[in-house]
Design a protein around this ligand. Structure first.
Ligand code: NDP
Length: 268
């Protein structure tokens, strides 16, 4: 009998992450629900019941993982490695949308939404086999249409590489610190820049991963009723997670390097 596929979901203790865990477990995957607070992650996993409440074949597991903390990410990867657990689907869902706007909050937002997802992806890449899928849970708020043309061109520059992107992100933090960000065409939103950077890393990673048979996409879940989305959001969490799960279950020759909403490509 073939071993079950394994999925890792970051920020799985509530919201879209928790619902993504539920839907993946129902599809029969072994789901590792991760959270920065282990007790909350355990309670969330237990709330799903055996099999994620559906037709899977095992309980959802809760593991600690703070994507903003390099030590936590390294420990998580080491544990997977020690247990020889291949990661067939990695869902980088953890995200923050902090109130207020200053350099410290900007740096904190980027550390989770952009650097956190990159940190986890890089740590787990050696464990992702051929046919693996990586999903970056992004947002339409990251669309480059809201950026000044010169800045948009820097994000879309075909010569941009990973150090260049990190440098671009660092220059935003620096510009905010020196109150120069508007002059340089940045929006006054760390969240929007973090998701634009996340989308850009998808474009940078995808071609390199084709040879390894791994697909990577950014997914906007739409505006979803969660703690972050608020009670006035039009989409139930089931609908928001469905597009994430769709991308997490793509075949090896499926679309890659795209920004998707409901399974369809949307503009960067
Ligand atoms: P929630 O605020 O409900 O959940 C956010 C999750 O991220 C929580 O589990 C939270 O954990 C976790 N998280 C935050 N920081 C860290 C960290 N350092 N390490 C690990 N986990 C962390 O938000 P949603 O469910 O709505 O959002 C999920 C994703 O979807 C985010 O990336 C968000 O940007 C994106 N999104 C959401 C939209 C919406 O309308 N809701 C729209 C577009 C995109 P904890 O409980 O410990 O804080």
């Amino acid at each position: 009998m073939q071993a079950r596929e394994c999925a890792v979901v970051t920020g799985g203790n509530r919201g879209i992450g928790l619902e993504t865990c539920r839907q993946l477990a129902r599809r029969g995957l072994r789901v590792i629900l991760t959270g920065r607070d282990l007790t909350q992650a355990q309670q969330a996993a237990a709330s799903l019941g055996a099999n994620g409440g559906g037709g899977g074949s095992g309980p959802v597991e809760a593991w600690p993982l703070d994507v903003g903390d390099a030590t936590s990410v390294a420990a998580f990867a080491a544990r997977l490695e020690a247990e020889r657990t291949p990661v067939h689907a990695l869902i980088n869902n953890a995200g923050v949308s902090l109130h207020g706007f200053d350099a410290d909050r900007v740096a904190a937002t980027l550390n989770v939404n952009y650097f956190g997802a990159v940190r986890v992806t890089e740590a787990l890449l050696p464990l992702i086999p051929r046919g693996g899928r990586i999903v970056m849970v992004s947002s339409g708020m990251g669309e480059l249409s809201g950026f000044a043309p010169a800045l948009r061109a820097r994000f879309l520059d075909s010569a941009l590489d990973r150090p260049g992107l990190d440098g671009l992100v660092a220059s935003f933090i620096d510009d905010v610190r020196h109150q120069q960000h508007e002059r340089h065409g940045w929006p006054s939103s760390a969240y929007r820049v973090s998701k634009a950077a996340l989308n850009t890393i998808v474009r940078l990673l995808a071609p390199a991963l084709v040879a390894r048979g791994i697909v990577v996409n950014a997914v906007c879940p739409g505006w979803v009723r969660t703690d972050m989305g608020g009670s006035g959001a039009p989409r139930p969490v089931e609908e928001g997670a469905a597009g994430v799960v769709w991308a997490a279950m793509l075949p090896a020759d499926g679309p890659t390097g795209l920004f998707l909403r409901d399974g369809r490509a949307i503009p960067w």
